[in-house]
Ligand binder design. Structure first.
Ligand SMILES: [Cu+2]
Length: 115
């Protein structure tokens, strides 16, 4: 009964896919709506380890599975071949920095807009 109620209350999250390659996010800019539940699906198709680093964005979002993030909740570390989902609901509208902490020097940067 409890499971049924929870299932009825929670709408299906909207899936957003981001692929990481050497050295880029595809796409490199995300536009999300505040208060909408998302499944952010990340895949690393590169040969190097990449990070989805967005500390301010993560700090303002409600994250349902924070265990997928690092301990500081600033990023998601992706080994080559990794696929990870983070379930979150963006909070405050604004523009947020997105970068790969390892390769921002090499232009692996992007952005997240929350409307
Ligand atoms: Cu990288």
């Amino acid at each position: 009964m409890l499971a049924l109620c929870l299932g009825a209350a929670a709408p299906d999250p909207v899936t957003v896919n981001v692929t990481m390659i050497d050295y880029k996010f595809v796409p490199d800019h995300l536009t999300l709506r505040h208060g909408v539940a998302y499944r952010l699906h990340l895949e690393n198709h590169g040969k190097e380890t990449h990070e989805f680093t967005a500390p301010t964005f993560f700090a303002t979002a409600k994250i349902d599975n924070p265990g997928v993030l690092n301990r500081e909740r600033s990023e998601i570390v992706m080994q080559p071949g990794d696929a990870k989902d983070v379930f979150l609901t963006p909070g405050k509208p604004g523009t947020y920095d997105l970068r790969c902490a390892d390769h921002d020097w090499n232009g692996m940067v992007g952005g997240i807009t929350v409307q």
